[in-house]
Structures are given as structure tokens and as C-alpha cells.
Design a protein around this ligand. Sequence first.
Ligand code: HEC
Length: 243
Amino acid sequence: MQVNPWIAGMLAVTVCAGCAHRPGAAPALKAKAAGTAIVVVSGDKQVGFTGALLAQPLVVQVNDDQGNAVPGALVAVTGPHGVAVDPAQVLTDDNGQATIKVNSRGSSGRYEVTAMSQDAHGKTFTLAVAEYAAGYQEEVGSEVNGKYCSRCHDSESTTEQVSNYDNLAVKPHSFASGDVYNKFSDADLANIIARGGPAMNRSALMPPYGWTLNKAEIQAAIAYIRLVSDPPYAAPGVVYAKH
Ligand code: HEC
């Protein structure tokens, strides 16, 4: 009996649709072009709920050595255990960009998503992008930040918020500045947030929030600051047993 080519084709499609769900078994894509570098376009450093899809997709771009976007380059994306990326392999579009959905890690903390591609000689180049998985407390802190803090502490304006940073005579730091914030104890952070800059011999441009925020919200803001800190914050008193 002859195999009807249509049915054979359908079978192949069905079989491949099945394997596409198994990580690593997706039908291999072939690069149509090669670049030399991957850069992030948007979607890095997002704070997302643990285990949930990040609000914005991660967009990366493959460039050649002149800095021009390369359409048709193969990008492979991986995350640490518990982080799902979709698609895990993709060719860059007409703008040389690849758009990837990232499902946040299940446990809170900073994690990295890695995008990889290969140059014309088969040499791999990579880009590591930091994202943050927030548990309930950090998520509350992220909301406190968006509502009360980011207009001064974030120098970038967004579509929702115009930054006040440029108008400030004394510049606050971005909460990601681990080199600054990691030196503060939780108690010092709570003090300056509740009582304002002068409580810690600093500028009164840092307003007191002790009347606006309750203790839990101040602790949540601190948890958020610790989460996004780069370099990461190491809580004091955490001593690992030596063998
Ligand atoms: C109106 C602008 C403004 C807002 C809103 C604001 N801050 Fe500040 N903040 C400042 C300024 C200015 C400084 C720097 C003070 C100094 O160095 O003398 C500062 C400093 C700080 C510091 C000390 C570390 C640093 O960056 O120098 C902490 C901690 C802090 N702010 C937390 C917060 C939190 C949490 C919120 C939101 C609940 C907030 N701030 C909202 C202006 C602001």
C-alpha cells in the first residue's frame, strides 16, 4: 500500500507538534544570518510575581560588528531551573529582534535569563539579562515604590510617570545601587523612610513617610530595595556552616 503524502505530511506535523512541548526536542531552526553581539532592547530588570508571566516580554537584538541589526539570526534562550521561556529558539525578525515571554521563577530573588547566538564562524556569544521574582512582600514594596518613591529615585521617565529626579538639588540613588543601599541596615532604612532625610543627617528633600505608610509597607519597601539591589544584598548574620 502506498502512503498518501498528505497523510505522511500530517503525521510529521502531529509528531513534531508533540515534541515541541518537550524542552530541547523542538524542531531545530536554522540561522539565515549571523551577527556578533546580542543587546537588550527592553524587558530587562522587571519585577514580576513569583511563578507568573512578566508583564513585558524580553526583547533582544542581534547586531553585526558595525552595530547594525541582523534579521534571521538564530537566538536560543535559557533560564535557570523553574523559569520558562517561550520560545526557547527563535529567528530574529526584520528588525533583527527576538521577543521572548518569560515566566518568573517560583521562588523570590534575582535570576538571569541568557540569550545566545553564533557568529559566522560558529562562535557563541551571549547576553545575560537580570530579572527579579517578587514574593508577596516584595510585590507590595514594588507597589509602594511605584506610588511614592520612583518619581524621585528613578531618573528615567515612563509613559505613566514623569521623573522628578532632574529637579532635585540632592540626587537620590536608584534602589538598584547595591553599593549604596547594602551599607544600610534594615533599621537605618526604616528610620530614613519613616522620618525622612534629616533623621539620618541627610537632605530634607527625602520626605518622611511615617504618616503615609504603615510599618508593614515600610518593611515591604525595604524588601523591595533588597530584591533589586545590584550587587545583590547579603543579609548580615547569615553564616554558612563550615565543614
Ligand atoms: C521628593 C523626592 C523623593 C521621594 C518621593 C522619595 N525620596 Fe528617598 N531620597 C530623596 C533624596 C533627595 C535623597 C538623598 C538624600 C541625601 O543624600 O541627602 C533620598 C534618599 C533616600 C534614601 C537613602 C539612600 C540614598 O538614596 O541616598 C533612602 C533609603 C530613601 N530615600 C528611600 C525612599 C523610599 C523608600 C521612598 C518611597 C517610600 C522615597 N525614598 C521617596 C528624595 C525622595
